[in-house]
Design a protein around this ligand. Structure first.
Ligand code: PGA
Length: 228
């Protein structure tokens, strides 16, 4: 079942989130969410509560909640961090970990991402580990071997993120195989300028997509979900 993740990054205020969720609820009610798709929404931490409640009013089976990050530490004296324990009551199913923007602007390393994978798994959250081609191997090597098979891996080529220059499908296929050679037979998704026009071709070679820009407008995201 393809997994379609909306990553809102640090966009949207409370009202914008409410409006998006209301519109999504209307569309889901009017047109239904296809049998064969799993939708995941990743708002910023401060909107987890409202999104979690709205999801409960739509369909908990077909729509799930994700965070865009997770602390590499357990609960404790780590000011500003959000630990697995903090997320306890929000029904968070996935955490996007090691996104290239986290690596670039917050200097996250493979080792830190591996610690976050530990935290996610130990808190019952499925890690969505983001990698580019060059560090598939080093990232896999840093993760505890028994945890590799519990990850979803997102292939996110830097040049394709937010640029409108989505990656060639042949290249995606190649990197999906590389990822599976290091992580095992895990679900692999693609992210980078995915929209309703190109989503179908990626789903021929991988198990889902991570959508940034085209997820900000609910109707645009719905067209992606609906095109599957
Ligand atoms: P984009 O972002 O869809 O805007 O390219 C994708 C991502 O960052 O995962």
């Amino acid at each position: 079942m393809p997994i379609i993740i909306a990553n809102w990054k640090s966009n949207k205020n409370y009202e914008g989130v409410e409006n998006w969720m209301e519109r999504f609820g209307e569309l889901a009610m009017a047109e239904g969410i296809g049998e064969s798709v799993k939708v995941v929404i990743a708002p910023s931490y401060c909107h987890l509560d409202v999104v979690s409640k709205k999801i409960a009013g739509i369909d908990n089976e077909k729509v799930a909640l994700a965070t865009q990050d997770l602390s590499q530490f357990s609960a404790g004296s780590y000011t500003g961090a959000v630990s697995g324990v903090n997320l306890d009551s929000f029904h968070v199913k996935y955490s996007i970990l090691g996104h290239s923007e986290r690596r670039r602007y917050f200097h996250e390393t493979d080792a830190e991402v591996a610690m976050k994978v530990d935290q996610a798994i130990n808190n019952g959250i499925i890690p969505v580990v983001c990698v580019d081609d060059e560090y598939v191997e080093s990232q896999a090597m840093s993760i505890e071997s028994e945890y590799l098979g519990k990850c979803i891996v997102a292939y996110e080529p830097l040049s394709a993120i937010g640029s409108g220059k989505n990656e060639n499908v042949g290249k995606v296929k190649e990197v999906v195989e590389k990822i599976k050679s290091f992580f095992g037979d895990v679900p692999v998704i693609y992210g980078g300028s995915v929209n309703d026009m190109n989503v179908a071709e990626y789903l021929l070679v991988c198990d889902g997509v991570l959508v940034g820009s085209a997820s900000l407008d609910c109707d645009s995201f719905w067209r992606i979900v609906n095109n599957i």
